[in-house]
Design a protein around this ligand. Sequence first.
Ligand code: DX5
Ligand code: ZN
Length: 225
Amino acid sequence: MAFFGKLGDRVVGAPSILSADFAHLADEVERARRGGAELVHFDVMDNHFVPNLTVGPAVAASLVEATELPVDAHLQVENPDSLIPAFIEAGVASISVQVEAATHLHRTLKLIKSGGCEAGVALNPTTPPELLGWALPYLDYVLVMSVNPGFGGQRFIPEMVQKVRRIREMAPVPVEVDGGITAETAPLMVKAGAQVLVAGSAVYRGDPAAEMRRIIEAGRAARGR
Ligand code: DX5
Ligand code: ZN
């Protein structure tokens, strides 16, 4: 079941469903899988924490049934605790919460892990990584947002490279990066220590298999393997 726990030092790609055709979600994920994707990034938005509104546990449960890939839920919602049990029930492999929306982060992370899921914390672009300090023992991964959450297709914020580097100096926790990731920006993030490359618009704007492969290969080449 563990994805992040078994990552070792590998660099992997994950399509974000936000830019996929929601009427053909399983096919869209399969296209990215053929390009080497090893995880599905499932963006949950509530029209409160972020202005956008997407999908919830029912769609996650259907997708879990329809794909061999582990599903990684990124909760961009207020009061994430009230949704976590439903995502656990849906069978997702990992759940991240935005630290800005978590009032009792220790309880939230324990709740995720009590359901057998890996637990992650996502940081908005101006949220300092030092905020993670006391949560590190309970984290399976950190999600660095390299755009403001809410929409696909935004411009990569370059200072987030330094944030990834800082987190990796703090602890050997796997770092997932999300927002503006392309074959051009992935190498910068990988060199700083990122290992999970989430990409939405860069994957689905063209042939998803080819675009996913290009991003993964660019990331791996940056590390010389
Ligand atoms: C934004 C989401 C991202 C989004 C990224 O709030 O968390 O996962 O899909 O989209 P791109 O890759 O287009 O920046
Ligand atoms: Zn996301």
